[in-house]
Design a protein around this ligand. Structure first.
Ligand code: HEC
Length: 183
């Protein structure tokens, strides 16, 4: 939630999935299971690499409690301990151009995917972080409308499938309805 806006697809470290995080970044592995002191992720969040490299870069530091949780997770073996990630997916077949929107009520992580209904090919993917105390790179705060304007690109079929996936929502996101308006 605090890292994905920068550590997404741009190359280097990706924090978007457990597998990507464990793969590491330009400096190699950043999480060494069982070894907090060797885990660079900790060095980057607790500020010991210097203020200029303290993550989240340019943002509010993680709280002492959050840092402690990372330390404990690594000490306990850095396992994927939330395999049953709460995940809610809505799908709809639409025509573009369209404005796709939703109004999440709680903090969470959204993935919008447009797919070719014929073969499931991903035409477009966008991610958005929603959290209170909005920071650079976030899409908005809970209660705000999050929207994407989508215009057809060459090679797209007339009708496309939209998938909106909500993850890490700390309340049931089912009341967050996917809205589609023609543009
Ligand atoms: C505003 C953008 C931004 C945010 C948000 C951010 N980072 Fe970074 N991060 C960077 C940049 C840029 C670098 C590389 C330059 C540096 O080391 O300062 C980096 C480097 C890193 C590295 C070393 C990566 C490597 O390639 O080996 C780690 C580990 C890291 N960040 C962890 C985090 C964590 C954990 C969070 C969330 C708590 C976070 N970052 C949030 C921009 C960001």
């Amino acid at each position: 939630m605090r890292c994905n806006s920068c550590h997404g697809e741009a190359g280097g470290l990706s924090t978007r999935t457990f597998a990507a995080l464990m793969e590491g970044g330009n400096l190699g592995h950043v999480v060494i299971a069982g070894d907090v002191e060797q885990s660079l992720l900790i060095h980057f969040i607790d500020g010991r690499r210097g203020a200029a490299h303290r993550m989240p870069l340019g943002g509010r530091a993680l709280s002492a409690g959050e840092i402690e949780l990372f330390r404990r997770w690594i000490t306990e073996g850095a396992r994927l301990d939330h395999a049953e990630l709460p995940r809610y997916k809505q799908t709809r077949r639409i025509e573009v151009p369209a404005r796709i929107s939703c109004r999440p009520k709680t903090s969470g992580y959204l993935t919008l995917r447009l797919l070719d209904p014929a073969d499931g090919r991903i035409l477009l993917e966008r991610v958005a972080t929603v959290k209170s105390t909005r920071e650079d790179g976030d899409a908005g705060e809970p209660g705000e409308i999050i929207s994407w304007d989508v215009r057809p690109e060459p090679g797209w079929p007339a009708k496309i499938d939209v998938e909106l996936i909500a993850e890490y929502m700390n309340q049931d996101p089912r009341n967050m309805e996917l809205q589609v308006q023609p543009l």
